[in-house]
Design a protein around this ligand. Structure first.
Ligand SMILES: Nc1nc2c(c(=O)[nH]1)N[C@H]1C(S)=C(S)[C@@H](COP(=O)(O)OP(=O)(O)OC[C@H]3O[C@@H](n4cnc5c(=O)[nH]c(N)nc54)[C@H](O)[C@@H]3O)O[C@H]1N2
Ligand SMILES: Nc1nc2c(c(=O)[nH]1)N[C@H]1C(S)=C(S)[C@@H](COP(=O)(O)OP(=O)(O)OC[C@H]3O[C@@H](n4cnc5c(=O)[nH]c(N)nc54)[C@H](O)[C@@H]3O)O[C@H]1N2
Ligand SMILES: [Mo]
Length: 753
């Protein structure tokens, strides 16, 4: 069955879905961006590159407009030159990013389809969102639970069955506004509210009490960032020591229970992993840990939920693995609403449970280059060409990249240690970027091709984990000379006589109909393309709770008949495979390992604040930074950093003041916001402010001073581990001081329309 929604009068702009109780203001801001001065007006070429400087002045140079014919010819010639001279492996087009919600105008798919006609490219795998999780979970639970949305009970089951949810990282307000592909109906927050009102106890464990929603039956326990694995392990120890662990479950469904118990008892290192031990690491009082353990032991349907943010840290595999160990010791896995959940509340679609409006996207063709780096190893790839990269047990030489091609992402927003990336970015011979705006990546390119915004083109949009599909019409003509990524790629392919091969001879409208046909093939009840277009949206009917899948239930019901796809067929609390890899930074069972940067380490004496850089409430990553709600929440045009009242007072800092955040990697300015919910010792600067260096001002390490409030000049380009190479952004220590008058005068120019 389908439900046909109307998107109201589309000419008035993006309207919320009629049944959406938590509509999202972000699309409104995208309309403001349409006319903004930051739009790229025509194809551009960097002057120094044209004169043959290769990369030397990249990021500090002037651009000159060129015609579309000249720009696309240059791109065609460069692709041909680099692939002929150096081989296609020398072209990096992992092109990670969240540009464009549309299914057809998905920039990355268009680019990859084009490059495969030129003989392929070095790609990337995994995500910044869930890099460590995607590698560790398959080792422990099997491949089928490794997807970002695969490992959580359905909200409908939580609402009915869960009596205690312990949520590490909690529920950051605003995060469920988003999903890859777009969100039509924002359901997660309502489901959580209903569960709490029904009587479920929710205990949020997080450095910020604001991560605990304002619903009944909610408690908050502050914890030092990056120490959750220690708390989770101490909870396991308590259950074992108090005879409350479900030994039968561990024996029947897990391997490695004894090895883990040996570690927890401290038989080898002499350190029992008790509540007192965890107190010293996490800052959570021992009595509180015991209270938590007791509550978990008493619960009839406990759920241990972890946000994705926990695995965007150093040694990020450990809390996920330890959570699976805890849920196993509670014997709560494979039952509705119980066990573990990863990413509930991180995006809207986790926990929706199906049915899902999924269908094939734009076909990308075949890439003969099989090499693909883990996506957050971008800096590593540029820094160490030809050297070995060990990833998830496999060793491969890093390619030597001559040409970087990006469409639909902003590495000078998403990568860590951007001052380092800025230096490494001088190495490729050519950088080509498709962008609607002068992003920090576009300003560091050699050829910049202006792209339409979603409001300037028709598309179909929807998350492949959700029930809805939208037909979004163009609201206005493309700004300036902007073209779609598809039109740009078609024009490039035409220089090599491959336009028809690229377009398959189809118009955009015919492509939309073809993609929609993919949905109808999977969901025959969907109406015709014409009807879909006329109504603006279609939805699959939500499944009855009884028909929703319960993760791991098939295995728990019949472990011999339906074993997991792990080497043992069972839940691996000890992994011989990982032991065999011999990584120094990820052992064979979950464990606590102190990271280089955390509040309990030696570096905290010099840099006593732990910086968290979560998702921005008021925009999607860096998109729309200078407009709408994002602009309205700036302080003097800069991103706001939040400190606890205690830390602000101790430094004599006042709200609204311009402050400087720094460590050994760099420094940035931000406006100060003071909070009474944030724990002392923690600073919060959301990601996404458009990176901008203040001319003539420098951090103490000599790198340029960033003046818009971009946290990634402070974060370390240090992976979660050499097992997963996930993004480790949340393991970062800093200090904060008042900005000097000189520094305070440095305003981010790109925010001035
Ligand atoms: N410190 C820190 N860093 C982080 C994170 C963190 O928690 N802390 N989170 C990480 C995570 S989870 C993620 S997912 C990444 C996100 O990082 P990105 O996905 O790279 O960030 P966006 O700002 O969404 O970048 C999308 C870019 O595409 C452009 N764009 C929009 N539409 C189109 C289009 O149709 N065509 C083209 N060609 N371009 C378009 C936009 O202008 C924008 O510059 O950031 C990561 N970085
Ligand atoms: N509005 C909006 N929503 C978004 C996005 C956006 O850009 N804007 N981006 C989307 C994307 S791409 C992703 S991947 C998801 C990410 O979703 P998440 O990774 O879940 O979100 P974050 O915002 O990074 O962090 C959530 C909370 O985790 C807590 N936290 C951080 N470190 C620790 C820790 O070590 N221990 C504990 N216990 N808690 C910690 C912080 O207090 C923070 O408020 O968000 C999505 N949602
Ligand atoms: Mo993400």
């Amino acid at each position: 069955m389908t439900h046909m929604g109307t998107l109201a009068d589309i000419d008035r702009g993006p309207e919320p879905y009629p049944s959406d109780s938590n509509p999202n203001p972000l699309p409104e801001a995208m309309l403001a961006l349409q006319a903004h001065g930051a739009r790229v007006s025509s194809p551009m070429v960097r002057v120094g590159w044209r004169e043959g400087d290769r990369g030397a002045r990249r990021g500090e140079d002037r651009f000159e407009p060129v015609s579309w014919a000249a720009a696309t010819r240059l791109v065609h010639d460069e692709l041909t030159r680099v692939s002929t001279t150096h081989g296609n492996e020398a072209i990096y087009a992992g092109s990670y990013g969240w540009g464009s919600a549309g299914r057809f105008h998905h920039a990355q798919s268009q680019l990859k389809r084009l490059l495969n006609l030129y003989g392929g490219f070095t790609g990337s795998k995994h995500t910044y969102s869930y890099g460590a999780g995607a590698v560790i979970v398959p080792h422990v639970l099997g491949q089928e639970y490794g997807g970002t949305n695969a490992c959580a009970p359905a909200w409908a089951h939580i609402e009915r069955h869960t009596d205690l949810m312990v949520a590490f990282g909690g529920f950051r307000a605003g995060n469920t506004r988003c999903d890859a592909g777009g969100v039509l109906s924002h359901e997660a927050r309502d489901a959580l509210a209903r569960a709490c009102r029904r009587g479920m106890t929710l205990i949020v464990i997080s450095p910020d009490a604001a991560d605990a929603p304002d619903f009944p039956n909610v408690h908050h326990v502050p914890i030092r960032p990056t120490t959750d694995a220690a708390l989770l392990l101490a909870l396991c120890t308590w259950l074992i020591d108090h005879g409350r662990a479900d030994r039968a479950f561990v024996d029947r469904f897990c391997v490695g229970g004894d090895a883990l118990a040996r570690y927890l008892e401290g038989r080898d290192d002499g350190v029992p992993k008790t509540a007192a031990w965890a107190e010293a690491i996490t800052g959570v009082p021992r009595a509180r840990i015991e209270w938590l353990a007791e509550r978990l032991a008493r619960a009839t349907r406990p759920l241990v939920a972890l946000s994705w943010s926990l695995q965007r840290t150093r040694f990020a595999e450990q809390p996920y693995w330890a959570a699976i160990a805890l849920a196993s010791h509670l014997g709560a896995i494979g039952v509705p609403g119980g066990g573990v959940a990863f990413g509930l509340g991180s995006v809207n679609s986790v926990g929706l449970g199906g049915p899902a409006m999924a269908a094939p996207g734009v076909p990308q063709g075949h890439n003969p280059v099989t090499k693909a780096i883990p996506v957050a190893a971008l800096g590593e790839m540029l820094a160490r060409p030809g050297e070995a990269l060990v990833f998830n047990g496999e060793t491969q030489p890093l390619p030597e990249i001559k040409l970087v091609y990006w469409a639909g992402g902003n590495p000078f927003h998403h990568h860590q240690d951007l001052n380092r990336l800025h230096r490494l970015w001088q190495r490729p011979e050519t950088v080509i970027v498709h962008e609607p705006v002068w992003s920090a990546t576009a300003t560091r390119a050699d050829i910049v091709l202006p792209v339409t915004l979603p409001s300037e083109r028709a598309d179909i949009a929807g998350s492949s984990f959700d029930r809805h599909l939208v037909y979004s019409s163009a609201l206005h003509e493309p700004r300036g000379q902007a073209r779609t990524d598809h039109a740009i790629c078609t024009a490039i392919a035409a220089h090599g006589g491959k336009a028809a091969a690229f377009t398959d001879g189809l118009t955009v409208e015919a492509w939309l109909e073809r993609l929609y046909g993919g949905y109808r093939a999977r969901h025959p009840e969907l109406p015709s393309f014409e009807t879909f277009k006329a109504h603006g949206a279609v939805s699959l009917t939500a499944a009855e709770p009884e028909r929703l899948t319960v993760p791991l239930k098939a295995f728990i019901d019949a472990p011999e008949r339906a074993p997991l796809s792990t080497p043992s067929g069972r839940i691996e609390l000890f992994s011989q495979a990982i032991e065999g890899f011999g990584c120094i930074d990820c052992g064979p069972h979950p464990r606590w390992q102190a990271p280089e940067e955390w509040l309990g380490g030696a570096l905290a004496r010099r840099f006593p604040l732990h910086l968290l850089s979560p998702q921005p409430h008021h925009r999607l990553h860096s998109q729309g930074d200078p407009v709408g709600e994002s602009a309205a929440h700036k302080i003097e045009g800069r991103e706001a950093v939040t400190l606890s009242c205690h830390d602000a007072d101790a430094r004599g800092l006042r709200p609204g003041q311009t402050v400087k955040l720094f460590n050994d990697r760099g420094a940035c300015l931000a406006g100060l916001s003071v909070s009474d919910t944030l724990m002392a010792g923690v600073a919060v600067l959301p990601t996404g402010a458009w990176l901008e260096y203040a001319p003539g001002l420098f951090a103490s390490n000599g790198s340029p001073l960033e003046c818009a409030g971009n946290p990634n000049v402070l974060t370390a380009d240090r992976p979660s581990s050499t097992l997963s190479w996930g993004c480790g952004a949340n393991s970062c220590l800093i200090e904060v001081v008042a900005a000097t008058a000189n520094e305070g005068a440095a305003r981010p120019a790109r925010h001035i329309d």
